[in-house]
Design a protein around this ligand. Structure first.
Ligand code: ACO
Length: 311
């Protein structure tokens, strides 16, 4: 690669200019963006499954309508993100094939099961809460199409976080059995939510370069700390206990200290050994195969339309 081109690219990034699809960019920048955006897209799509599991069993029509809208939003996020990744030169078919053949990663969080309705509250509150913490800085990521996609995604994620908190609030203020369900969901989702931010900075192979290229604006550990600091008071308001005996306000640091993540579990889930990983991939492949006739019909319609306009 031409050093002059690299220098010009780096100067643009340093000046906080957006890099656009037709601009010159280093191959490694293109590769890591394709990697991150496609993983992000896959996460949105696979993320529809754990919540979809509770649509037919939502406790009221209102809760059902809200959950349905929220899951549709996630599908929309996946589609914007695939479009953003496609501008870097990889086709959607290639990305989807990488997911379905088990080569592509998606967020570990979606390989945990949703056992009851309280899990839907905990996902909205914690999982979408963690997603926003990570995605707000991505609105200023250096690649234009990714940054712009994040603006709308973040608006929708804030609504998702609130709907989850609202479910938790209703359950925490409900009967003792409901409150116990909310606590149990917090117990199961807390640590996996912290794992969403990725490995610690010391063990994160991509962070340093991604920060230099302004793809990432904050590191995994910085965002994880922000999430803990923001979430502890919310748990207190709910009257629920975060399942971490080491969690403690540190006056000197001005942050909460918290316990060590079970990294063995994190890496096992990244490798695809999560409790529901096989089920999730089976569901995605089945959806793709079941939708083949829709894609064929769309192609046939397009061919007829093109033939008509050529005539
Ligand atoms: N689940 C699965 N894989 C992960 C996770 C996780 N929670 N955290 C890190 N990894 C993977 C990385 O993708 C990377 O894989 P690769 O290099 O083989 O492609 C590897 O572990 C090492 O991690 P890092 O070097 O820290 O990787 P990176 O700099 O990409 O940081 C992060 C990871 C923070 C997830 C980043 O990619 C990011 O911000 N992505 C956009 C947000 C996103 O994808 N959110 C998905 C969940 S939110 C939602 O969908 C509702």
């Amino acid at each position: 690669e031409d050093p002059a081109l690299i220098a010009a690219f780096e100067a643009r990034v340093a000046a906080d200019e957006f890099i656009e699809p037709k601009d010159w960019m280093p191959e490694a920048y293109r590769r890591t963006l394709t990697r991150q955006i496609s993983q992000h897209a896959h996460s949105e799509i696979v993320g529809m499954l754990p919540e979809g599991n509770w649509l037919t069993r939502a406790p009221s029509l209102k809760r059902k309508a809200i959950l349905l809208a929220k899951i549709q939003d996630e599908g929309g996020h996946g589609l914007y993100l695939y479009c953003a990744a496609e501008t870097l030169g990889t086709s959607r078919e290639q990305m989807i094939d990488a997911l379905h053949s088990g080569r592509a990663k998606y967020s570990t969080i979606f390989n945990y099961p949703t056992l009851n309705w309280a899990d839907i509250g905990a996902i909205g509150w914690l999982v979408d809460g963690a997603a926003i913490m990570n995605q707000v800085p991505l609105q200023r990521t250096s690649y234009g199409p990714y940054a712009r996609a994040m603006v709308r995604v973040c608006k929708e994620e804030s609504f998702h976080q609130r709907q989850g908190f609202d479910i938790m609030l209703a359950m925490a203020n409900g009967s003792p059995a409901q409150k116990a369900m909310a606590q149990d969901a917090l117990n199961r989702w807390w640590w996996p939510s912290l794992m969403m931010f990725g490995p610690s900075d010391d063990n994160s192979p991509n962070t340093a370069q991604s920060i230099r290229w302004r793809i990432k604006r904050e590191t995994n550990d910085e965002l994880r700390q922000k999430f803990v600091d923001a979430t502890v008071p919310q748990a207190e308001l709910l009257g629920l206990t975060i399942p971490d005996p080491a969690l403690k306000w540190n006056e000197e640091r001005g942050h909460y200290d918290f316990g060590e993540i079970e990294w063995d579990e994190f890496y096992a889930v990244v490798r695809g050994e999560g409790p529901t990983a096989k089920e999730r991939m089976k569901a995605r492949r089945a959806a793709w195969n079941d939708g083949a006739w829709v894609r064929a019909a769309a192609d046939a319609h397009e061919a007829k339309r093109a033939a008509r306009s050529a005539a």
